[in-house]
Design a protein around this ligand. Sequence first.
Ligand code: ZN
Length: 502
Amino acid sequence: MTLAIVATRAGVGLDAPAVHVEVHLANGLPGLTLVGLPETAVKESRERVRSALVNAGFDFPNTRRITLNLAPADLPKEGGRFDLPIALGILAASGQIPVEALEGMECAGELALDGKLRAVPGILPFALATRRAGKALIIPRECADEAALAGDLPVLPADTLWQVVAHLLGQEKIPSHRLPASVKTTTPTADLADVRGQQQARRALEVAAAGGHNLLFAGPPGTGKTMLASRLPGILPPLSEEDALAVAAVRSVCGLPLDADWGKRPFRQPHHSASAAALVGGGSKPKPGEISLAHHGVLFLDELPEFSRNVLEVLRQPLETGEIHLARASHERRYPAQFQLVAAMNPCPCGHLGDPRQRCQCTASQIQRYQARLSGPLLDRIDLQVEVPALPPEQLTAQTQGESSEAVRERVMAARERQMARGALNSQLGGKALEAACDLNDEERTWLASVLEKLKLSARAYHRVLRVALTLADLQGEPKPSQAHLIEAIGYRQLDRILGKG
Ligand SMILES: [Zn+2]
């Protein structure tokens, strides 16, 4: 037999399309030709495979003409993942392992020069696709836990090329890998009970979780804005298995470990010096950015006015659509990015405007310039704005614990159920559906318009107030917002006035 075909997969964003490694041996001028759009790392595969085969004690067919084809040709192939399939193809084509042994299985792995198998990124999407294809998967041992997360498929981990060959020859079968219980045990998330005082901010966090609203905290440094924000994932409903896999798949293609954060809603906190590419994804073969790593979780932007304006601009599209489309010269990727945004800011450059503990050193024009750095269109996507004031010392030392995350999560889940009966979270409701759900009578509508006018809040604030008021009603199990809900919702627009961006 001089032709062998080995099944493997490429990594294209979060997809893992099938690739066949075809190895053909022929008489003629000795040499090895690699075709089928391989990139540099794949081209180097020739040398790694040759050394690995020889060092593991196999014959490399030096006197034959070897043609390697990675099909389909139009799919870009990157990384070292094709080493193992290429090596197995050469072994099968040269009669060192039976061609039939390659049936019903897919494989991936980079080879070291001594024949050891090395981990490759993106194994979770690969394994999910292998499972759908109903095949077994041979991979480096380091990738075994990640592959097994994909669920019901035989995962056969190996340390060396030699072990894989012994398995295929039926000499020493590799047992199917089972996930250790520890991998899927979630480590506890930070609890809301640890947050002292700050009743209004806690309440806003609960409302944000219940309605899927984006949230802005404003207040001096050291008042617990970051602590509060990091508690949001813990009061959201637990991730479904499907959503947990979607979160893990993004981490997988970024080459990040999956075990510690498995099944948890992500909390990502990029620094304000982050580039647009780091935030939304990028590179010549675009990789996911922070917004996709925050998929189904929380993106926290601390010191929001310090982020550069063009970086914040790129957030607008994913905030609307829940995904990011990255197009580079020859590569196009789509990554999911359904995240909830929590932002925090100081009230002024020095941070102490309105702080009873310390005097603000800023001039009026400095304060104005600082606050003007917030982009209006981004603020338009933030339904809740809350001040997080400096607490008087007696509140900070109070021993009373706040309510636990679990108790708050119960209410959040009940409120979300009511919204799902209407078809969408309140943060996603369009104007018409929102007004229908709120069902204000003429009197209530006139009253609300006059209050907003008195507070110098714009007409655009009207829908945001309704949206939040509806979530408040849902949290209380009321069919529609009451006047008290509307008044509370108006209270979450306080910064509109300060910032003049209503
Ligand atoms: Zn200041």
